[in-house]
Design a protein around this ligand. Structure first.
Ligand code: NDP
Length: 331
């Protein structure tokens, strides 16, 4: 078992001798399919640690729609070989460092998205496990003031939000419409647009029960999609971020010369799609906003799900109705 150095004991922290077992508990699938292909393996191999990697004792992990799409076999052509331990997002404690690692040491609390490119050769041994091995360049220090659940909820979604707004060229004083404002990506895109990019007007689509959530995270306009079609309203936006798959409608509400970022579904020009990449130093640049509470993690109130309930957590995520992030903790 892992014996983590205690923060309350400076001597122990200085030595930080951590025993790492050879085997661990991990969720695994041996074939592509629905959530029923997942099984809890009590004796999975703890991944080897490369020279540029650290081994993290995972405290919390988050699910993303890409985990479900990958599990369903949508990215088979570029996926890692089966069997797969799924999971991209995690927060935890460094228990071992590779020979070339400079920025982290044992005992550091970190968070990140463990594969640089989620669709191209993602790691076979993911974050839904007691341990995961990650390149140091993909990790950031856990922001002080955030617990492991909050930190684990962020990496893939907040980097998608940030890279989407960056690629769209959102500037201070501009307006943005977020399609899917209550989801993992949408709830962070609203906040980054306001707090980091200085947008003057942030609108988002949402269903009736979640209107109040959008206001609480700083949206200026919440459009109830069960009552109004956003594409029929007169307002046009400098930037539209589509986290729903409505690229055909999204292009109808962008100003001339504006940008439409389509995260999922068919792309209609001038809309464009990109796929998020993991970058620890870019994540680190967001830490001040997270520490200060200007940007707040949004955790689905049905969670966090305990590690034993990963199948239930996946099934819930796959309803498409999650609010903010579905987190697994403790692990
Ligand atoms: P979530 O599962 O968190 O999104 C669920 C949310 O979507 C719910 O809160 C739901 O709200 C909302 N929603 C569903 N239908 C609509 C609708 N018609 N209009 C408005 N809101 C709606 O997903 P993520 O935010 O994590 O991801 C969103 C999409 O983006 C996924 O398809 C994902 O794969 C993709 N993605 C792509 C990335 C890339 O790099 N290209 C990176 C990250 C995500 P309600 O209950 O109110 O309907």
């Amino acid at each position: 078992r892992c014996v983590a150095a205690s923060a309350s004991s400076p001597a122990a922290a200085a030595k930080a001798t951590t025993e790492v077992p050879a085997q661990m508990k991990a969720w695994v699938y041996d074939a592509y399919g629905d959530a029923s292909v997942l099984r809890l393996d009590g004796a999975a191999a703890v991944p080897a640690v490369g020279e540029d990697q650290v081994l993290v004792k995972v405290a919390a992990a988050a699910l993303n729609p890409v985990d479900a799409k990958r599990r369903a076999g949508k990215f088979q052509a570029t996926d890692s070989p089966l069997p797969t331990v799924p999971g991209y997002d995690m927060a935890g404690v460094v228990v071992k460092v590779g020979a070339q690692v400079k920025g982290f040491k044992e005992g550091d609390e970190v968070y990140g998205m463990i594969s640089e490119k989620p669709l191209e050769g993602p790691k076979q041994s993911g974050s839904l496990a007691e341990y995961t091995a990650v390149e140091e360049k993909l990790l950031a220090r856990k922001p002080t003031g955030l617990d492991f659940v909050q930190a684990a909820s962020l990496p893939l979604a907040v980097q998608t939000a940030n890279q989407g707004l960056e690629r769209a060229g959102l500037g201070a004083g501009q307006s943005v419409l977020v399609l899917g404002g209550a989801g993992g990506v949408g709830s962070l895109t609203i906040q980054l647009a306001k707090q980091v990019y200085g947008a003057s007007k942030v609108a988002a689509t949402v269903s009736t029960p979640k209107l109040h959530l959008l206001k609480s995270i700083g949206a200026d306009i919440a459009i109830d999609y069960t009552k109004e079609n956003f594409e029929d309203l007169p307002e046009k936006y400098d930037v539209v971020i589509d986290a729903v798959g409505q690229g055909d409608k999204a292009v109808k509400v962008v100003k001339e010369g504006g940008s439409v970022v389509v995260l999922t579904g068919a792309v209609t020009p001038p809309g464009f799609r990109f796929v998020v990449t993991s970058n620890g130093s870019a994540l680190e640049k967001l830490n001040p906003y997270l520490k200060s509470g200007k940007v707040k993690p949004v955790i689905d109130p049905k969670g966090p799900f305990p590690f034993s309930q990963v199948v239930e957590a996946f099934s819930y995520l796959e309803t498409g109705r999650a609010t903010g992030k579905v987190v697994i903790s403790p692990i």
